[in-house]
Design a protein around this ligand. Structure first.
Ligand code: SAM
Length: 220
């Protein structure tokens, strides 16, 4: 999701878009076309896409999981940064959103690298674990229903190899996690997860204030 917690002038945002990221033409097309959808704010920002591409290159990722595909911006960004034998297992419940994603993947020439699983993500993650995939993934991006994040985090941690990286989106929730009085279900779930990962000695962690907050957790 692209809501930004930082206040930046339109000039700085324009500068960032121009020289801060090299956006593939199909990513730009996906962003432009998604902008007219009512749920457009669910998409990550171009600079977050560029940052995630750098992460997957740095850890030399081959096998990735994505929880929450929408129209495909983040999965396409990650796929474009993977080597030719790279693979993404992409999880979503929406046929409608992911049909659009598939069109962008195809246009960018990465559709063969992305395996889409249409089902509730907790079920797909459980099936992957039951089928023996624990320890076999390098990178996971979690960007779906926030109240289920804790379960996604635990499952992804099991699925990652040591040194693998989980990136969790929207962990600042427009700053509401810092409001002691905010106790709605989503904010409470994100506050609890942030505190849990902060104290979780199974991972190295850092919370990056990009977009709506991106929590990185690297498995020991
Ligand atoms: C914030 S959007 C993902 C945005 C995407 N990462 C991007 O950059 O464009 C969240 C997605 O999660 C999906 N979703 C919601 N609940 C889900 C669930 N229980 N299991 C799998 N996907 C779910 C929605 O259909 C939606 O496409």
């Amino acid at each position: 999701m692209s809501r930004s917690t930082m206040t930046m002038s339109p000039e700085v945002l324009g500068y960032l878009a121009r020289v801060g990221v090299r956006e593939h033409p199909v990513l730009a097309k996906c962003r432009a076309e998604t902008a007219s959808m009512p749920s457009a704010a669910m998409q990550i920002s171009p600079e977050q896409g560029g940052f995630m591409q750098m992460l997957v290159r740095l850890i030399r990722a081959h096998r990735c999981i994505e929880v929450g595909v929408f129209t495909g911006y983040s999965s396409l960004a990650v796929a474009l940064a993977l080597p030719a034998d790279g693979h993404i297992t992409a999880l979503d419940v929406s046929e409608e959103f992911t049909a659009k994603a598939h069109r962008y993947w195809k246009e960018a020439g990465v559709a063969e690298m992305i395996e889409l699983k249409i089902a509730p993500a907790d079920e797909t993650l459980r099936t992957l674990i039951d089928n023996g995939a624990a320890g076999s993934f390098d990178f996971a991006f979690i960007d779906a229903d926030k109240t289920a994040y804790d379960g996604y985090y635990e499952a992804c941690l099991e699925l990652l190899r040591p040194g693998g990286l989980i990136a969790i989106d929207n962990v600042l929730w427009s700053g509401r996690v810092a409001d002691a009085a905010a106790d709605d279900e989503t904010t409470s779930a994100l506050k609890a997860l942030n505190e849990k990962i902060h104290g979780d000695d199974r991972v190295h962690m850092t919370l990056v204030p990009i977009g709506d907050g991106l929590l990185l957790a690297q498995k020991h």
